[in-house]
Design a protein around this ligand. Structure first.
Ligand SMILES: [Zn+2]
Length: 253
């Protein structure tokens, strides 16, 4: 039975890889690894729909999502010590200092029940954050089990970021063309007035693209060598990405 399952899984994964070239399986991912997917990370450049994908996945499976960017923005809005440290970096399209990121991640991990899957959106963003995250997860008997890389091109990044609108209250992201709110400039969920993030501009997108290539890709490459990274074509709509991610996760359950 086990053998049949493994064969079927490998066969189906093979099909995904061939189908429309949407998923490229990088490295070998064993059945056991996916079955234990308690800690899932979604990594992609700005505008790769990480947040939207994480939110849609949460609607489908039991998982606790955590967005580092969102957590940092909340700290900035609160004017906390961590927020004050992160603010100048966020305003100039740079990654926030690793120790500030570690602080918000550690404070989140403290609140996490042991038996629920975690969905980390936008972490780690560089090699040092990867090392720190591993150490913090190890303290609560977790590890990064599977990573979904949402690969996009620069044009998609600029296009998606430039039209993005954010609800300052519930942090839902909308878009002037792709994810239009029902009422103009108003959040569908909490009716707050939507705003534009200060770094959501074409210039901001270009700067963040460079930081992603220089800092995040090397961390991703290291994860790739461990065979836990699935690369998806992030230029596709969010619902397509979500369905593929769920297929991969559920295949091994
Ligand atoms: Zn809202």
């Amino acid at each position: 039975m086990g053998r049949v399952f493994i064969f079927l899984s490998v066969f189906l994964l093979g099909t995904y890889s061939l189908e429309a070239n949407c998923i490229t399986k990088v490295g070998a991912l064993s059945d056991a690894k996916i079955a234990e997917s308690r800690t899932i990370a979604i990594i992609g450049a700005a505008g790769s729909l990480k947040g939207t994908v994480a939110r849609l996945i949460k609607e489908k499976i039991t998982v606790i999502p955590f967005s580092v960017g969102e957590a940092l923005r909340l700290e900035v809005n609160r004017g906390s010590e961590a927020g004050l440290k992160a603010k100048p970096f966020m305003e100039t399209h740079r990654n926030s200092p690793n120790e500030v990121v570690a602080e918000v991640v550690q404070s989140f991990l403290k609140s996490v029940p042991n038996d629920v899957a975690l969905l980390l959106d936008g972490a780690p963003r560089n090699q040092s954050q990867l090392n720190q995250l591993r150490a913090d997860l190890a303290k609560i008997n977790r590890k990064i089990d599977i990573v979904f890389e949402l690969g996009i091109d620069l044009e998609t990044s600029k296009d998606r970021i430039n039209g993005r609108l954010l609800c300052p209250k519930c942090q839902t992201t909308f878009h002037t063309r792709y994810f239009v709110p029902k009422v103009l400039d108003t959040c569908d969920h909490c009716e707050s007035k939507l705003t534009k993030r200060s770094d959501d501009s074409v210039e901001g997108a270009e700067k963040r693209w460079k930081v992603y290539q220089d800092e995040t890709i090397p961390a991703l490459d290291q994860l790739r060598t461990e065979g836990i990274v699935y690369s998806l074509d992030g230029n596709q709509p969010a619902r397509v990405l979500v369905s593929r991610i769920l297929d991969i996760l559920q295949l091994k359950r």
